[in-house]
Ligand binder design. Structure first.
Ligand code: FAD
Length: 251
């Protein structure tokens, strides 16, 4: 496996042509799209983002969107993005792509870099799970041995993307754990006996309990991410170098 060693340096962003491979649903409102990177030298670190450009798409906000990669650098030959489907012209064009259709990616972008030498708490709100799927796959594929606890919230149990894969990773890797919480259980038809309610200070504290020198990563919509970063800095005393975060602007 040829994977860039994880570290603070990042390859400079460039523009690459990629070919659409396939797509599949993750939840009723989210879908994963895979693109071939064969024949390009696109490289990224776990787990950066790209600007995905669909040339020619007529969209009031233009033909490009910033998207975290949901793939891991350890998965050779392709990248994937996982998006919330909103009906925007960009998303409809993405849904309509046929195998072999060309797109462009500008990247890699972003500073959300997994540090395998530290214990980690990953905090994901909704579609903010995307880079963490890549990080957990990367940790599994590269034999990272530090603890990872993922706190993952979604409105309903149906909306947990990658649930089967995450649960399988946890079964295979004793140092990984996923804790789920559902914020709108009444909107669901699925039975849910797990935790309900938002990600809050006591729940974050419980994930950190007994963890040595943890690094905490927060990804989600700006309101949720800002609130939790406030808790981590002001109430739990985290310094900036122990935090990594990404705001999913645009919803
Ligand atoms: C670093 C990063 C990573 C992201 N990763 C993901 C991901 O993995 N999956 C995912 O689904 N989304 C991700 N997003 C969000 C994504 O870029 C889009 O913004 C989002 O998917 C909405 O696009 P849309 O076409 O569905 O919606 P649209 O409503 O068409 O919005 C498209 C764009 O227009 C802008 N916009 C809309 N309304 C206004 C307004 N009133 N004023 C100003 N600007 C406006 C938004 O900023 C948005 O970028 C990420 C965003 C960032 C910044």
């Amino acid at each position: 496996m040829h994977v860039l060693p994880q570290g603070p340096s990042r390859p400079p962003p460039r523009r690459f042509r990629v070919a659409f491979l396939d797509s599949h649903p993750e939840t009723p409102t989210a879908r994963t799209f895979r693109f071939s990177t064969r024949g390009t030298d696109f490289q990224y670190r776990s787990n950066q983002a790209v600007r995905l450009v669909l040339p020619g798409v007529q969209d009031p906000w233009g033909p490009a969107r910033s998207l975290s990669l949901s793939s891991s650098p350890s998965e050779a030959g392709h990248i994937s993005v996982t998006v919330r489907l909103t009906g925007s012209p960009f998303k409809e064009a993405l849904k309509g792509m046929k195998p072999g259709d060309e797109a462009e990616v500008i990247g890699p972008l972003g500073d959300l870099l997994y540090d395998p030498s530290r214990n980690s708490v990953f905090i994901a709100g909704g579609i903010g799970i995307t880079p963490f799927r890549g990080m957990m796959r990367y940790a599994a594929d590269t034999g990272a041995s530090r603890s990872i606890v993922l706190l993952y919230s979604a409105r309903t149990p149906e909306e947990f993307a990658f649930r089967a894969e995450l649960d399988a990773l946890v079964r295979q890797h004793r140092q990984m754990e996923v804790r789920y919480t559902v914020t709108r259980p009444r909107e669901s038809k699925m039975r849910w006996e797990g935790r309900t309610g938002r990600i809050d200070e006591p729940w974050v504290r419980s994930a950190l309990d007994g963890m040595e020198r943890p690094k905490v990563y927060v990804v989600g919509l700006p309101g949720m991410a800002r609130d939790l970063l406030g808790v981590l800095r002001d109430r739990l005393g985290f310094a900036e170098e122990d935090l990594e975060y990404e705001y999913f602007m645009g919803y």
